[in-house]
Design a protein around this ligand. Structure first.
Ligand code: PRP
Length: 181
């Protein structure tokens, strides 16, 4: 699979160090509180697992929830349509909620999710994304905790896929254009 990667953007160690800092930022805001962290499958799965374990060393009561949302199908461009493939069935009323994503691209997925989850009356609702591609934004949407702000390149690894491949790479790399063109 390494042959399909043009350049490595973030090595595993760089990601690990950044997540430690993000975990401390989250702890500063919610110290001593219970926080429901919602992992948005499938892309956020790897990031989520590492982030919640970093939080395990800090003073925070973390609860896990998983939602599966799809907006891209197997293509490379967003259809703009967001589909809830799997919802959560835990009430969010009066709970602190953090939605965990791998990447904010057009912003369609998170803007839809934010609206949907806000209707469930959480005490607070924030967004944590490992990557942010602001140049691709189609709707106004800002993350509250962002790992890295990235340029508009086709990234794979550490949860991010192309046609369901490359999610299990330990690093985040730029995919060679000949693979997806
Ligand atoms: C990706 C990613 C985000 C979304 C971001 O999910 O995980 O959920 O796209 O793009 P947006 O800001 O343009 O909405 P995808 O639909 O590819 O599914 P996946 O998580 O299974 O990879």
């Amino acid at each position: 699979m390494r042959n399909d990667i043009d350049t490595i953007l973030y090595e595993a160690e760089t990601i690990r160090e950044r997540i430690k800092v993000m975990a401390k930022e989250i702890e500063k805001d919610y110290r001593g509180e219970t926080v429901v962290m919602i992992c948005i499958l499938r892309g956020a799965s790897v990031f989520f697992c590492d982030l919640v374990r970093e939080l395990g060393d800090l003073d925070l009561d973390v609860r896990f929830e998983f939602m599966c949302v799809s907006s891209y199908g197997s293509g490379t461009t967003s259809s703009g349509e967001v589909r809830i493939v799997k919802d959560i069935n835990t009430p969010l009323a009066d709970r602190h909620v953090i939605v965990v994503e791998d990447i904010i691209d057009s912003g369609n997925t998170l803007s839809y999710l934010k609206r949907l989850l806000a209707q469930r009356n959480p005490k607070s609702l924030r967004i944590c994304a490992l990557l942010d591609k602001p140049s691709r934004r189609k709707v106004e949407l800002e993350g509250d905790y962002i790992g890295f702000t990235v340029e508009d390149k086709f990234l794979v690894g550490y949860g991010l896929d192309y046609a369901e491949k490359y999610r299990n790479l330990k690093y985040i790399g730029v995919l060679k254009p000949e693979i997806y063109q």
